[in-house]
Design a protein around this ligand. Sequence first.
Ligand code: G3P
Length: 222
Amino acid sequence: MKIFLDTANIDEIKEAVSWGILDGVTTNPSLVAKEKRDFKELLQEICSIVDGDVSAEVISTDFEGMVKEARELVKISDNIIVKIPLIKDGLKAVKFLKSEGIRANVTLCFSPTQAILAAKAGAYYISPFVGRLDDISSDGMSLIRQIVQIYKNYNFETKVLVASVRHPMHVVEAGLIGADVVTMPFKVLEQLIKHPLTDIGLERFLQDWKKAQAELKLEKVS
Ligand code: G3P
């Protein structure tokens, strides 16, 4: 399973890279807007830090506009994947961009039928949004189950990238289902490490060690 960070924040990306576990980054216009920086400069910096795919989203919603933006985005770095919304012109753009060797991450997927069409168009990644489905009392992870099964049935090469992840159980379920990638906010990545028994256990080990050292010192003195 590949782990991506869903952020455009340089500090968060650098921190995750330092842990040795980061496989890529996904951004979207909302995440980039939060950083209040020049889009291309920010992407350039992210791409120089991350050894893996970095998704950058187009703003256009028409075929020509998306293709134009995609061509510009891939000039930034070899590891750029162009994020394209799951609309009719988006599918057309995905197909066309593939013929130019440009890889697309098809975003805003909320149904298995959308995922089938994205795969048929030649998407490199499909991004189903699990959290936003949960938000409306739907079952985000069951969408992942359906897409993984359908892609398997037909040997579609499109990789399933679980997006809109809100908590560690989304990550666990994605792993059990066999999704290719999970992208998550930094907060969720941090939650993956934590376990109270680890903290308690470590504290106990260190206390026992300290106690034993102190006793040894006393024995030497007496
Ligand atoms: O990047 C797309 C997706 O991960 C957004 O997540 O939390 O805004 O639904 P969220």
